[in-house]
Design a protein around this ligand. Structure first.
Ligand code: ADP
Ligand code: GN1
Ligand code: MG
Length: 361
């Protein structure tokens, strides 16, 4: 229970008319997630309001997006109680609860008989993740983008992320700059790629679409028996973006040979078999609506999203670990180094990746 706060989690549950045992759940880097051991079960989340400064906007997006997706699932004969997040309202009928100290909580139906993976142990997991994220994107293709709030401005604007890294270097708030010279040098050298997607978007060659923007493998729930991708979760960053963000970010995490914070450099590489498995699933859902430029940039998107995440980890390390949850000293630095090792390997595999993409277009 949250003893340093002006409330206990029991108080919060009461706002949703629930009285039960609760335990910390999941491996997300941003929100605090709890499992409510009721029957049926629920997920309680404290929204990270340091990251999401306007929780009302986040919840309005999530509510509207899940209602839209719900209709699509019904039309396709699916089960909307399982195949999309379902927001549970408070006793007062609100879509989340805001405590007087500013803490914000939301409740979802728990997706039963499902599992999430931090690393894919079989190619079918990646193919099914690709199908799930691709289908999610397709279900939102007719969602009115102007109805969505930008919950984090410039979230995948890589040149802006480079600027944020430069600011973190200038401020050197935690006094760590001196110790990360090599990493900073790498980050600045590879900023040569940073503008590729935003420039193509500005020219209209890459389209602005409604995208998920956080397509980590553990943001899909899989059916525990069949391995099918059941439900795309973590909808805080659903905003206008590029299909390349969703493709690239999924591969950053899913096609790595190892965990995102592995420190043994000899174990970190970009796995082309995993790349192919994901591309096969994702492209089976979206390939018919991609532009020529989007297709051309698919391999580069994996590099760019990995690079971008690496510089975000590095900037957070320099800022004194204020954004991502960390579980050990230098955790963000380990993550940044890991992502940079992956970037180098992805760069050496562009040719092979383009050949694989051609097979599924
Ligand atoms: P974060 O933004 O911190 O990543 P997520 O919304 O991704 O938070 O939730 C963290 C983890 O909790 C997920 O990776 C998943 O394992 C689990 N989870 C979240 N929502 C549900 C749900 N509705 N049903 C079952 N598990 C869930
Ligand atoms: C965060 O919330 P989670 O753990 O699914 C982050 C992503 C990063 C990822 C790196 C809102 O994702 O952008 O790619 O960590 N989410 C936010 O693991 O910043
Ligand atoms: Mg998550």
């Amino acid at each position: 229970m949250a003893s340093d706060k002006q409330y206990t989690l029991k108080d919060i549950l009461a706002k949703f008319d629930i009285d039960t045992k609760i335990e910390v759940y999941g491996n997300g880097h941003i929100n605090d997630t709890y499992l409510c051991e009721t029957s049926p079960k629920f997920i309680l989340q404290r929204i990270n309001t340091q990251v999401f400064k306007n929780p009302d906007n986040v919840m309005e997006n999530i509510y509207n997006v899940t209602c839209h997706v719900r209709e699509k699932i019904k039309q396709a004969g699916g089960n909307p109680d399982r195949e999309t997040l379902n927001v549970i309202t408070t006793k007062e009928g609100d879509i989340f609860y805001k405590h007087e100290d500013g803490s914000c909580f939301r409740m979802y139906k728990f997706v039963d008989d499902s599992v999430s993976y931090d690393i894919a142990d079989r190619p079918v997991i990646l193919t099914n993740a690709g199908i799930a994220f691709g289908r999610f994107q397709r279900m939102l293709s007719d969602f009115p983008a102007e109805k969505l709030h930008e919950t984090i401005v410039d979230f995948h604007n890589t040149p802006e992320r480079v600027k944020q890294l430069r600011t973190a270097m200038e401020n050197d708030a935690a006094g760590r700059l001196e110790s990360v010279k090599e990493e900073v040098e790498f980050a600045l050298e590879y900023s040569k790629y940073a503008s590729e997607i935003v420039d193509a978007m500005a020219k209209g060659e890459v389209l602005l679409r409604v995208t998920h923007n956080d397509t980590k493998l553990n943001n899909v729930l899989f059916d525990a028996k069949t391995d099918a991708g059941v439900c795309v979760i973590d909808l805080d960053t659903v905003m206008p973006g590029s299909v390349l963000y969703d493709f690239g970010d999924a591969l950053r995490f899913g096609a790595s040979s190892c965990a995102e914070d592995e420190t043994d450099m000899s174990r970190i590489w970009f796995d082309l078999e995993k790349f192919e498995a994901f591309a096969k699933g994702f492209l089976s859902e979206v390939s018919d609506c991609l532009t020529e430029k989007e297709i051309e940039l698919l391999p580069l998107s994996a590099l760019l999203m990995t690079y971008e995440c690496g510089i975000r980890f590095l900037a957070d390390y320099l800022n004194g670990d204020t954004y991502f949850k960390i579980h050990r000293e230098k955790h963000n630095l380990d993550r940044a180094r890991n992502q940079f090792a992956l970037v180098r390997d992805i760069e050496s595999k562009f040719g092979a990746m383009s050949e694989i993409v051609k097979k599924y277009i």
